[in-house]
Design a protein around this ligand. Sequence first.
Ligand code: ADP
Ligand code: MG
Length: 697
Amino acid sequence: MNNEPIISLKGIGEKTAGLFARIGVETVEDLLHNYPRAYDEYTPPVSAGEVKEGAVAAVIGRLTQTASVKRIPGGEVVTLQLRDTAGVLQLVWFHMPYLRQTLQVGRIFVFRGKVVKKNQRLTMEQPEVFTQEEYGKRMHSLQPVYSQTKGLGNRTIVRAVAQALAARQMEREYMPDDLRRKYELAEYNYAVEHIHFPADRQELLFARKRLVFDEFFFFLLAVRSLKERRGEGDSSFVMKRGPQVERLCRTLPFCLTKAQERVLGEVLGDLESGRVMNRLIQGDVGSGKTILAVFALLEAVDNGYQGALMAPTEVLAKQHFETVSRLFETCGIVCSVVLVTGSMTAKKKREAYRQIESHEADLIIGTHALIQEKVRYDRLALVITDEQHRFGVGQREALGVKGAGSTHGKDGEAAGGMPHVLVMSATPIPRTLAIILYGDLDISMIDEVPANRLPVRNCVVDTGYRENAYRFIAREVAAGHQAYVICPMVEESEMIEAENVLDYTRRLRRELPSSVRVESLHGRMKGKEKNAVMERFASGEIQVLVSTTVVEVGVNVPNATVMMIENAERFGLAQLHQLRGRVGRGRAQSYCIMVDGSGEDGVRERLDILNRSNDGFFIASEDLKLRGPGDIFGVRQSGELEFRLADVFTDADLLKIVSGEVNLLLQQDPMLDAPGHQELKRRMERYQAEHSERMNL
Ligand code: ADP
Ligand code: MG
């Protein structure tokens, strides 16, 4: 029932359904779980002199003049001035001449809308009009704001969600009673309804808590019951230090940092220990994780095994392939490396598979194409995934299992043997949370970056600084460098006031000299298109890349020296830190320009934390302190761990609670076979399935 296509809802036809598909909503169920990305709050009204440019505001005032109506081509414009002792606000409506009857001198109204500057005057265009009483009723209520796409505005989505809620099949409660009572969790159906339409903040928080609880619950349940099945214990791939590892040590063009040395010791120690390695390396952007991966892979090769390195995107996989090949050449390492990505031609793929199966290839680098059926390994002893959080749990698992079947014993039967697993992540998660989220892994921290780097210079500016910034970018480009410009949105949206990639690209093409090549990159583009753009940027053919946060992961273009971030106030500091980590990778001085588009107090203070530190762990925890754990309306802290609502920083306390409860549950009923746990089990399995589907993204 809830899995019916949304076209079954009243008022949704082919065309609208097609638009919904663009934001990933196809069924009623999808719609119910397409949660608002923000809430618009009806705040107490202020007087005309108090409004600020750029913000949505409600102003209250007694009318001292009648509205004037002017004819323009295609309609009429109603204008009115609202004044108090401190200032004047211009109000403008198009095509609403009848308003003149309503707006009578002497009456008091509340007007609500976005304040912009038009001809040097503060102006509200098309504000909503309320009597004082009407507004009073709405005050403090929260209107959902959804992610939108061209042609699909917020109002349409709100209506569709309301329809879906009315038509939905109610779900039976599956969370055990004692848990609901102990943690004061809302009933499930109630939570789904009120996350969309809460009467006030309290109701919203109540609904949200339940849904966040569920997200953590099924995630941890899924991970931990998978873990039960993973072979732990003795390894069939016991390694010894070999000649190529020694050679790389001697010939490496730089000295490892102390932290790298320590972690390398832990990793090689695992490989030589006789036990299966399951290790996470956490290290800030630029801390030098890749070289550690290379060492570990070489150790496998030295011992006659294969090693695989899997990256979340083709761009990153290719980049690793090139880095590794170049490094081996400089250091005189003999090792055959092969690249496998989804967009390779069938012929090339076949050739790669052949080399892998025949063990002509020692080292395999690629995307999730590495775990496709057709790839057969020969003694795959080590699997490394880079930027682990981008993968579903199942994906990590699948590659592990693949390794298990790859080793052929004397009689042609699998000699068994889970490969060693190493995952690398730059997500700055405090150790306590990492242990919960990656509880099945030992954790190594690289808590130091190479000393030879010039620190990135940061500044926080307001939108008035843009012209300077463009001139600065033009100068850097003229000097042979490149720049990123980040916008929070892909395209223009009716409700959300933020810069978008498509319009911004057009604007920059106008603003910058015509010789400068400006292109866009965003998540709605097809994989191939994204790769092509990224490659052209990496090769220097594109000089300015206007992008959403898709560039945030792992990409290394050392020639880029400017990172300009529009609407910086909308990002979590941890995310800003990741973005900043895209520059400062080469020899030249790099710059990070954060544009505060809000003009609100406190934003600058928050962003200033980034000026004070380059340490991702420190930054994330300071941000949390400053905002307080109750702040769920603003920014997501970690864009990386893919929960819909939950945020591992903001909801850290709940995460700890859920972790304890999941452990308890699995202790009491490891297979979830008890009569009361059937539905939990079904949902947990669905969660696992959905995650492994993500493998084929
Ligand atoms: P990340 O940890 O973000 O994946 P990378 O592995 O991409 O970082 O390393 C970033 C850059 O730093 C690379 O160009 C790499 O060669 C270089 N690098 C790594 N370790 C050191 C070191 N100890 N000294 C100097 N440069 C290093
Ligand atoms: Mg990396």
